[in-house]
Design a protein around this ligand. Structure first.
Ligand SMILES: [Zn+2]
Length: 177
């Protein structure tokens, strides 16, 4: 039996340099996160920051903890100064208690039906791609570099999949005069 999950995605290029890893603090997945990073040949090649709610947390936890964005930016800066990472991995996860806590049961809790799983994927993609754009801007502003940001979602078996990018916002069509 393979040590690693069969369902890891390998469609993205493996990082050439160090990685900054952002995850939620969820206790069920800590070993799975290490396995996933090992699978990407990143053993001892990443700095790991955990914040409740992952991207949603860094974006201020839906207004509850606005200072977490600065906290993460401080970590982002020192990690870059120390390692010049080329990639940031943002690993969201299913059944996130912090999403429930920050968004409420209506918007932040998802069941195991296909519809629940789809809504969960869309919600996590929304926050992680918003954060991804911010991180790329920080890298440009602070260090004048382009970085890759890879949003993923992990299920409760530790399987990992890239999060699909949300569709671009609909543009308002110009009225013909
Ligand atoms: Zn969580």
């Amino acid at each position: 039996m393979s040590l690693f999950h069969d369902s890891y995605d390998i469609s993205y290029p493996p990082p050439r340099k160090a990685v900054l890893l952002l995850t939620c603090m969820d206790l069920r997945l800590m070993d799975d996160i290490v396995q996933f990073m090992d699978h990407d040949n990143l053993t001892n090649r990443y700095d790991h920051v955990t914040i409740a709610g992952c991207a949603l947390g860094v974006l201020g936890a839906n207004g509850r903890h606005p200072h977490w964005e600065q906290t993460f930016r401080d970590h982002f800066r020192i990690a870059y100064q120390l390692r010049q990472f080329g990639d940031v991995y943002v690993i969201e996860h299913r059944d996130c208690g912090a999403y429930r806590a920050f968004l409420g049961d209506e918007a932040g809790a998802f069941d195991d039906t296909p519809d629940g799983q789809h809504r969960e994927t869309v919600e996590h993609a929304k926050h992680s791609y918003t954060l991804a754009a911010k991180l790329k801007a920080w890298a440009q502003e602070d260090f004048g570099v382009a970085i890759n940001v890879r949003p993923f979602i992990m299920n409760l078996r530790g399987d990992v999949a890239p999060l699909p990018a949300p569709p671009p916002p609909a543009t308002t069509r110009k009225r013909k005069g």
